[in-house]
Ligand binder design. Structure first.
Ligand SMILES: NC(=O)C1=CN([C@@H]2O[C@H](COP(=O)(O)OP(=O)(O)OC[C@H]3O[C@@H](n4cnc5c(N)ncnc54)[C@H](O)[C@@H]3O)[C@@H](O)[C@H]2O)[C@@H](O)CC1
Ligand SMILES: [K+]
Length: 496
């Protein structure tokens, strides 16, 4: 359900299934039937044009064409490439198609109610160009509803990036499990509704393939989620510290502190310049505010070793003082770096690697711009194709957890595990929402949750809180909306 397989992993799953005795041709037959079922359920589609490519994606198209014709649809098939060059299972199913096979480069795409895009799937090996690209562009311009087989052709299943061109589908039928490209933008927006068809690959192959990417959902972290116990005490629930900027920029730290408290931290202290003290004290009565005029004041505050989890960044300011505060906070503590704390290390990712080595745990929560600034001059991270690979490379480079934010937030760990979010509504992109996320992460870390799971859970509950708050959301609503999300989670996790 939740595992996501990139094209190599999917190919291994396919081979494992065949080794276990499932005939490859049966997989293709089931795949084509599943596509036909989806087409048959679409309204107003009697004339169906199936565009087949030169590989097995095209093979699925030939099966779908045959099944739809048997069910009374008026089906035309057009092939990109020479029929004589089809091989293996694709050649076998093409031979069962009794109708004409048109030349896809000349076919009239407008003479159909619906187009089945079976040109390229997992085997996409390079950017589309020439006749393939022209065909995809004609399909996109046709305005006809498109049902994509496995992936919209030209979409890279591993990265979610478009290679050359891709036509947006109304529905995409994929097989066994979804692929990262179905969740990562722009892939997600191009796929339309994604349906996963069971084609007879046994679930047990996942034990052999061991995919490291998953949808971010409670299954990943629920066993480690801190659920209060009746016998517990607030001091068991951690003490988080939010380091705040001055009065004029203290709103970000306030949002973070509220997020941390609502996420269940036992205690939250805000360390701030004196001018910001009344603002923090007057925010939530439950937040404790302590004066911090200079970095030495943070050292003094953190001398109390119970204050073992620290967030730096929201509204903190960019520069040497922030770098100094990070250096004071990191040793032996669990640390979240966001916003200005990341920009303060622009082009100096190696310094954040040092922070990770000294800290008990490190989570960074950049958006794309902060990520690009931080890893400026680190081509082994920035030049990786796509958000998933970049977040993974960054986590490995730093030795810490990377939360690369966006509509498809990726959480990546140095050991290669990664989770992709799919629950964030578009209206979550609002001022201050990132500050609340950093605060929730702080709150979960303070309660002792392991860093990867804490970051993934924070992203998920943040998305759910936005949905609970609904359209018109402002960031201030998010901490409040966490209550409804926690109520459901605690119930599901069996709170005493
Ligand atoms: N792996 C599995 O378990 C199953 C796979 N099936 C289907 O098989 C597909 C994968 O099949 P293949 O591995 O044959 O790959 P594809 O059919 O996706 O594409 C491979 C073919 O396209 C050509 N090609 C790749 N990139 C190109 C480009 N940019 N321009 C022009 N030509 C290009 C290749 O030379 C090759 O001929 C899946 O997407 C799915 O639809 C299904 O039949 C069911 C089972
Ligand atoms: K396709």
């Amino acid at each position: 359900m939740y595992a996501l397989l990139d094209p190599q992993e999917m190919s291994r799953a396919d081979h494992c299934a065949v080794d276990a005795g499932v005939p490859a041709l049966a997989l293709m037959e089931k795949a084509g039937c599943a596509v036909a079922d989806v087409v048959a359920r679409r309204p107003h589609a009697t004339r169906v044009l199936v565009l087949c490519g030169p590989g097995n994606n095209g093979g699925d198209g030939f099966v779908a064409a045959r099944v739809l014709a048997q069910r009374g649809f008026r089906v035309r098939v057009a092939l990109l490439g020479e029929r004589g060059r089809l091989a293996g299972d694709a050649a076998a199913v093409a031979a069962l198609w009794r109708g004409p096979v048109e030349d896809a480069t000349r076919v009239d795409v407008m003479a159909a109610d619906l187009i089945v895009d079976a040109l390229f799937g997992a085997g996409l090996a390079r950017d589309l160009d020439g006749a393939a690209r022209a065909l995809v562009e004609r399909m996109a311009a046709s305005g006809r509803p498109i049902v994509a087989v496995d992936l919209p052709s030209g979409l890279d299943g591993a990265t979610g990036l478009v290679r050359g061109a891709a036509a947006p589908a109304v529905e995409t039928v994929t097989f066994f499990r979804r692929k990262p490209g179905h969740l990562l933008e722009p892939g997600r927006s191009l796929c339309g509704k994604v349906r996963v068809a069971d084609i007879g690959i046994p679930d047990a192959v996942l034990d052999l393939v061991r995919p490291k990417t998953a949808v971010n959902a409670p299954h990943l972290w629920e066993a480690l989620f801190p659920v209060p116990r009746r016998s517990g005490h607030k001091y068991d629930r951690g003490h988080g510290v939010v380091v705040s900027g001055g009065a004029w920029t203290s709103g970000a730290a306030r949002l973070a502190a509220r997020g941390a408290l609502r996420a269940g931290a036992g205690l939250v202290t805000v360390a701030c310049p004196a001018a910001a003290l009344p603002l923090h004290a007057g925010s939530y009565a439950a937040v404790m505010a302590r004066p911090m005029e200079r970095p030495a004041d943070l050292s003094a505050l953190l001398a109390d070793t119970r204050l073992n989890t620290v967030l730096l960044g929201p509204g903190l300011g960019v520069g040497a003082t922030t770098r100094q505060l990070v250096a004071i906070a990191a040793p032996g503590r669990r640390v979240v770096l966001d916003a200005d704390a990341l920009t303060s290390f622009a082009g100096a990712a190696w310094s954040v690697g040092d922070v990770a080595r000294q800290a008990a745990a490190l989570v960074i929560t950049p958006h794309d711009g902060e990520f690009a600034r931080l890893f400026h001059g680190t081509p082994e991270v920035l030049e990786r194709p796509g958000k998933l690979a970049r977040a993974r490379a960054a986590a490995a480079r730093l030795g810490g957890i990377v939360v690369l934010k966006g509509p498809d937030t990726v959480v990546a760990a140095p050991d290669g595990r990664a989770a992709i979010a799919e629950n964030a509504p578009a209206y979550l992109a609002t001022a201050g929402a990132g500050d609340v996320l950093a605060g929730i992460t702080l709150g979960l870390l303070a309660q002792g949750m392991p860093a990867y799971e804490a970051a993934a859970a924070a992203v998920w509950v943040h998305g759910e809180a936005a949905r609970a708050a609904g359209p018109g959301l402002v960031a201030d609503d998010l901490p409040e909306a966490l209550r409804a999300v926690y109520t459901r989670l605690y119930e599901a996790l069996g709170m005493e």
